[in-house]
Every structure is written in structure tokens, then in C-alpha cells.
Design a protein around this ligand. Structure first.
Ligand code: ZN
Length: 257
């Protein structure tokens, strides 16, 4: 009857962490891969401790960027606390890579041959509460809103070095993306990826299609290369850069340029 036992115990954290807004403003910041917690009953998923420091477990550096950006803008920040190896909050429920059995060549023992009951429990206790909280925050807002999804990417994948410092991923809201791409290019010191290192689609991603595209909200999905935000100095510097550029993006969008 283990199917009826809860996944999260009394010592496990809530699936989301909110940093409250301290100012009026259009931005709702979300960070799907900010955390790498694992529910105690899953026993580290059979994955060695060294692997938990890798990008497969979380978006390295993005928590520090998000917290500082939230402080500088006064914007609310919603972060997923659990590792994407437990369940990926940027994948629709049931997506083939939602609960990966292998990630960047590492086998995730605890995800192999997972029963539908175990899948449903991770969706119910980790994925849905996080997205329900974001939906609630969006619903309660009165002013105009842009959803800003924060991510970081590994500098090399499958032996290939990735040249971009930062990428903007987009699908339907190309207008927002192009404004931000221009602002980033004007910085002069950045290699900027347009839908790099990933292309945003309605099925590859979940957070932006589900919360922003469905509701016709403007959005940006921002990817920062992990080696630039490994330490606190890098995180602060990227937060400061984004805190300077995001209001410029918003004023361009609002003026209908
Ligand atoms: Zn991510």
C-alpha cells in the first residue's frame, strides 16, 4: 500500500521557495532548476554524491543570480527546491524526460522502471504545487506582467564547447526575445545566443508555454553559461546586468516599439 504514503516527510522542504516582492513592478521571476533537494525517502536516487554537484542535478549558479536579481528589482521570485533529477519542473507531466533514467550519461538508478504511482506522487507533491503557486501569483497580480524564467547551461555538452555567454529562448513571444537580444548584443562584451543552446518549443519546455504563452503574457527565458556564475562575484555581476537591462526591455515593450 506504499502508493498511499506521501513522498515528502516532515523533514523535507516545501517544493517551492518564495522571495517576496518589495516593490511594484512588472516582473515575476521563476527558477525551475534552482534547487537540488531530494526527498529523504528516495535515498539520493542511487546517484553518487559527486554527481550532485554537476549540472544534471540543477542549474549551477542560478539561485544566487535569482536572489540578487529579486533584491535589486524588488520582484517576486519563485524557485523550485527539488532537483530536476527527482522531477524536472520545466517538463510537462508525463514528458519522456520529466523523470530522467539517464542524464548526460549518468544513470539515475532511482528513476529506472518507475511505477506510475511513484511518478504521480512526484507530480502531485513537487511539480504541481510549484506551478500552482506560480499560477496563483500571476492570477493575483493587478498590473501588467512579464514572466522571466531564469536558467543556466553547462559550458560543454557531448564534448562540444558552447560559445554563448547568454541565450534567449523563445517561441511565440519573439518580440520580447528580440528586444532583449538587442540589449544584450549592445553590451558589447557578450556572445549572445538566439534560441541557443536550446530552442524553446511548446513541448520541450513547460513553464513558459504553460504560464506565459497560454495567457499571452510577455516573457523571457534567459540561459546564462554556468562558468560565468559559479561564484558569488559572477552571480552578483549577472544579477546587476539583468537588473539594468530588464527595465529597458520593459520600457521598449510598453512603448510598443
Ligand atoms: Zn534550467
Amino acid at each position: 500500500m506504499s502508493g498511499f504514503l506521501p513522498l515528502l516527510g516532515p523533514d523535507d522542504p516545501m517544493p517551492y521557495r518564495i522571495t517576496k516582492a518589495t516593490a511594484e513592478g512588472p516582473f515575476v521571476l521563476v527558477s525551475d532548476h534552482a534547487g537540488r533537494a531530494v526527498p529523504q525517502c528516495l535515498g539520493r536516487l542511487g546517484v553518487s554524491e559527486a554527481e550532485w554537484d554537476r549540472h544534471i542535478a540543477w542549474d549551477i549558479g542560478i539561485h544566487g543570480v535569482g536572489i540578487e536579481l529579486s533584491r535589486l528589482l524588488g520582484s517576486v521570485l519563485v524557485e523550485q527546491v527539488y532537483s530536476r533529477l527527482v522531477i524536472d519542473s520545466n517538463r510537462a507531466p508525463g514528458h519522456p524526460t520529466s523523470i530522467p533514467a539517464i542524464s548526460d550519461r549518468t544513470e539515475i538508478e532511482g528513476n529506472r522502471a518507475l511505477s506510475s504511482v511513484c511518478r504521480a506522487r512526484r507530480e502531485r507533491e513537487i511539480l504541481h504545487p510549484y506551478h500552482d503557486r506560480i499560477a496563483e501569483i500571476l492570477r493575483e497580480r493587478s498590473g501588467p506582467t512579464a514572466l522571466i524564467a531564469l536558467h543556466s547551461f553547462t559550458p560543454t555538452m557531448n564534448g562540444m564547447a558552447r560559445p554563448w555567454h547568454v541565450g534567449i529562448l523563445h517561441h511565440r513571444d519573439t518580440r520580447s526575445a528580440h528586444i532583449m537580444l538587442d540589449l544584450l548584443r549592445q553590451e558589447g562584451d557578450l556572445c549572445v545566443g538566439d534560441n541557443e543552446p536550446y530552442v524553446l518549443t511548446a513541448t520541450s519546455d513547460y513553464t513558459v508555454p504553460y504560464h506565459a504563452e497560454r495567457a499571452n503574457l510577455p516573457y523571457l527565458e534567459i540561459e546564462i553559461r554556468q562558468d560565468l556564475i559559479e561564484d558569488e562575484a559572477g552571480q552578483q555581476s549577472w544579477a546587476q546586468r539583468l537588473a539594468r537591462l530588464l527595465p529597458l526591455y520593459w520600457s521598449a515593450i510598453s512603448q510598443g516599439q
